[in-house]
Design a protein around this ligand. Structure first.
Ligand code: NAP
Length: 281
C-alpha cells in the first residue's frame, strides 16, 4: 500500500517559508518592497471565483498584498488586454495573474502572452532554454518540491508524463530533464499509453479525465503524482483510480489535498521571487 504525499502539509511549510521571506524583504528594503499580486477574474464561473478568493487569502496569510479585479463575462478581449497593459506599466504592481479559463470569446494565448514576464506570477513565460528557472510554472515546481520532500531523487529515473499542456506537461518535462530524469511525454495521439506508463518509476498525470490511470497501467512500486482536478457530482476527483492504484504504488498524491494546494503555494513563492528581483534591482 502506497504512502501518501501530503500536499496540504508541504504547502503549509512552503507558505511559512514565503511569509518569512516577505518579512525578510521588508526588513531589508522597507514596506515598499512588500510583495503584491493583482488577480484578474473574468466572468461568473463559481469555481474560478472560489479559486481566486482562495489565492487572495493565501496571499494575505503570507505577507503578500492581493488586489482582485473582477470583470463581467461580456468583457471584450481588447478591454482585458488594455487592463493588462496598464498593470504592466504600473510600477506599484509586482505580480499579475489572470484566472483561467477565460470566456470563449477571449484568446487565452493572447492574454497570457500580454502579461510582462517580470510580472508573470504563474510562471507561464519562464525560460525553458536554461536552468535559470527561479520563476517556474507553478504546478511543475510544486511537483518537484513534493518529490524532493518525499525523498524521491529523479536523477536517472524514468519519468512518464501523461499530458503535454503548456502549463503542466511541457514545463514539467523540462524541470525533470533539468534534474537528470529520463522523460517520456504521452498525449492523446500516443499509441498504447499503458506500454509507457507501466514502465514509469515516476508517473505524472494531467489529462483531465477521472479514473484515466488504472492499476494495470502502473508499475509495482511506482511514484504516482495525480495533477488532475475534475469535478464528479460536485466532488473533486483526480485522473488516477486512487483506491486501486494506491495498492500498487509506493507513493501517491491524493485529490484533493495533493498537487492543488502545492500549486497555490508555489504561486506565493513566485510572487516573493518577483518582489525580491524588483527590490534587488
Ligand atoms: P489540457 O490543456 O486539456 O491538457 C490535457 C492533456 O491531456 C493534453 O496534452 C492532451 O493531449 C492529453 N490527453 C487528453 N486526452 C488524452 C488521452 N485520452 N490520452 C492521452 N492523453 C490525453 O488540460 P490541463 O489544463 O493541462 O488540465 C489537465 C488536468 O489537470 C485537469 O483536470 C486540470 O483541472 C488539472 N490541473 C490541475 C492543476 C493543479 O494544480 N492540481 C493545475 C493544472 C491543471 P493533446 O495535447 O494531444 O490534446
Amino acid at each position: 500500500m502506497a504512502a501518501l504525499i501530503d500536499g496540504k502539509a508541504i504547502a503549509e511549510k512552503v507558505k511559512a517559508e514565503v511569509a518569512a521571506g516577505s518579512e525578510r524583504l521588508i526588513r531589508e528594503f522597507g514596506e515598499d518592497a512588500r510583495p503584491n499580486m493583482t488577480l484578474i477574474v473574468v466572468g461568473s464561473d463559481p469555481i474560478s471565483k472560489k479559486l481566486v478568493n482562495m489565492k487572495a487569502n493565501d496571499c494575505e496569510a503570507s505577507g503578500i498584498t492581493p488586489t482582485v479585479i473582477a470583470l463581467s463575462e461580456s468583457t471584450s478581449e481588447g478591454k482585458l488586454l488594455r487592463l493588462i497593459d496598464r498593470l504592466n506599466r504600473d510600477d506599484d504592481v509586482k505580480a499579475i495573474l489572470c484566472q483561467l479559463p477565460l470566456p470563449e470569446h477571449i484568446s487565452t494565448k493572447r492574454v497570457l502572452a500580454a502579461i510582462a514576464p517580470e510580472k508573470d506570477v504563474d510562471g507561464f513565460s519562464a525560460r525553458i532554454d536554461s536552468d535559470d528557472y527561479d520563476v517556474a510554472a507553478c504546478t511543475p515546481a510544486a511537483v518537484m518540491r513534493m518529490l524532493r520532500e518525499s525523498g524521491v531523487d529523479v536523477a536517472g529515473k524514468h519519468c512518464v508524463i501523461v499530458g503535454r499542456s503548456n502549463m503542466v506537461g511541457k514545463p514539467m518535462a523540462i524541470q525533470l530533464l533539468l534534474n537528470d530524469a529520463t522523460v517520456t511525454v504521452c498525449h492523446s495521439k500516443t499509441e498504447d499509453i499503458a506500454s509507457h506508463t507501466s514502465r514509469a518509476d515516476v508517473l505524472i498525470v494531467e489529462v483531465g479525465r477521472p479514473g484515466f490511470i488504472t492499476a494495470d497501467m502502473v508499475k509495482e512500486g511506482a511514484v504516482v503524482i495525480d495533477v488532475g482536478m475534475n469535478y464528479v457530482d460536485g466532488r473533486p476527483t483526480g485522473d488516477v483510480d486512487f483506491p486501486e492504484v494506491e495498492k500498487k504504488a509506493s507513493l501517491i498524491t491524493p485529490v484533493p489535498g495533493g498537487v492543488g494546494p502545492m500549486t497555490r503555494a508555489y504561486l506565493l513563492v513566485n510572487a516573493l521571487t518577483l518582489a525580491e528581483r524588483r527590490a534587488e534591482k
